[in-house]
Ligand binder design. Structure first.
Ligand SMILES: [Ca+2]
Ligand SMILES: [Ca+2]
Length: 389
């Protein structure tokens, strides 16, 4: 095609020839657009049907690229920022209660995963011996109030803001917002890509977080979570750390509090009651997210470690594990997806029984959704938090 063009340009003598060149250029441009994946639909993006409950296997099209400057700006911004800027004076900028205390998780040896997997394809098994050093973990999921401090201090722009959209569960959307959406994920039609949706507008442009500053921040990608933790002088927990913390010292139990879902006839986590995906009765008090301080803590003082929102971990996703004992494992060296743990307010036993400590799921590092957040870990507690211990 290039040779043809060179020939034509070299012999551009008549207005008729000029018209032919324009036509060829237009055809080339059209082919290039298709090659760039502009015609790929969201339908192609479910990788695990059983995860569609918002176990959240909705992913960004990996061909989709951020505008070049915005990706660079983000990296530049967060690398430049150091945790010393996170002072108690900065804390005073919010009128909302701070919830970012950390708890020391004493190291030890535990059995990670399970020999009775519910979702074998998720790599829940086998059960394997893992030893961990001491580490600190946030008592709560990172809240909107805390994420706002980060954004105010740094000007950070999340990936959902740069891409211009994020995924929201259909039942949470206003009729007006739904009307404007034509794309859906075929295998999980209850997930809708909403334009203008981001952490400040969790259900699209006509929503806000004013009354949810103590709820977990959502629509944050793995990259966003890493940037926040870095700024706060922390890091994401490894999957092993997260699961060890979830189990709260209990051996071989399903949940952070034991094997029964509702001991003492109480709700112990924010999940889904009713029939998925049509009816959420909100019997536990919440149809969507709840304040990060809600529900009883486990024995390690951690709230909402299962349920409420999924939590990113540091590890790359891999489903093949051996029984070989490991010490402070970091997961695979490379991969396509990152591991998330704990399930969310959209999880129900009938469809997404993933509010168990051994359960796991994955997303690409640039994906975001209305039920996916994070909490941070740290090997040593940051100076500014010592006074709160
Ligand atoms: Ca609920
Ligand atoms: Ca959680």
């Amino acid at each position: 095609m290039i040779f043809v063009l060179e020939f034509l340009l070299g012999h551009l003598q008549t207005s008729k020839m000029y018209f032919v060149v324009i036509l060829i250029l237009a055809l080339l441009n059209n082919n290039a657009a298709e090659e760039m994946g502009e015609t790929v639909s969201w339908d192609d993006q479910i990788t695990n049907n059983q995860g569609g409950c918002g176990c959240g296997a909705v992913k960004r099209n990996t061909d989709e690229q951020l505008p070049q400057d915005s990706a660079n700006v983000q990296e530049h911004t967060f690398l430049k920022i150091n945790s010393e800027k996170y002072s108690s004076a900065a804390n005073a900028q919010t009128i909302y209660p701070r919830t970012n205390q950390m708890v020391l998780i004493k190291g030890g040896t535990f059995m990670m995963g399970t020999d009775e997997p519910v979702f074998v394809a998720d790599g829940e098994g086998p059960s394997r011996k893992v030893s961990l050093s001491d580490f600190y973990l946030d008592v709560h999921e990172v809240s909107n109030a805390e994420f706002e401090l980060f954004v105010n201090a740094t000007g950070y722009r999340t990936e959902a803001e740069s891409f211009g959209d994020s995924f929201v569960f259909e039942l949470l959307l206003s009729e007006e917002t739904k009307t404007g959406i034509t794309q859906a994920v075929a295998a999980a039609p209850w997930w809708l890509p909403v334009k203008g949706c981001n952490w400040k507008h969790p259900e699209g442009p006509d929503s806000n977080i004013k009354d949810r500053m103590d709820h977990p921040v959502v629509h944050v990608s793995w990259n966003d979570a890493v940037a926040y933790c870095h700024w706060a002088g922390k890091r994401l927990p490894t999957e092993a750390e997260w699961e060890y913390a979830c189990r709260g010292g209990l051996k071989g139990r399903l949940f952070p509090w034991g094997n029964k879902l509702n001991p003492k006839d109480k709700h112990w986590a924010n999940i889904w009651q009713g029939e998925f995906p049509g009816t959420n009765t909100g019997e536990d008090g919440y149809v969507g997210t709840c304040p990060v301080t809600e529900f009883p803590a486990n024995a390690f003082h951690l709230h909402n470690i299962v349920g409420n929102v999924w939590e990113w971990t540091a590890d790359w996703w891999n489903i093949n594990h051996t029984r070989t004992p490991t010490v402070d494992p970091l997961g695979p060296e490379t991969g396509k997806d990152r591991v998330k743990k704990g399930g969310s307010y959209l999880c129900h036993k009938s469809y997404c029984y993933r509010y168990r400590c051994a359960a796991r799921s994955q997303n690409t590092p640039d994906s975001s959704a209305g039920n996916l957040g994070f909490r941070c870990a740290s090997t040593n507690i940051p100076e500014y938090l010592k006074e709160h211990q």
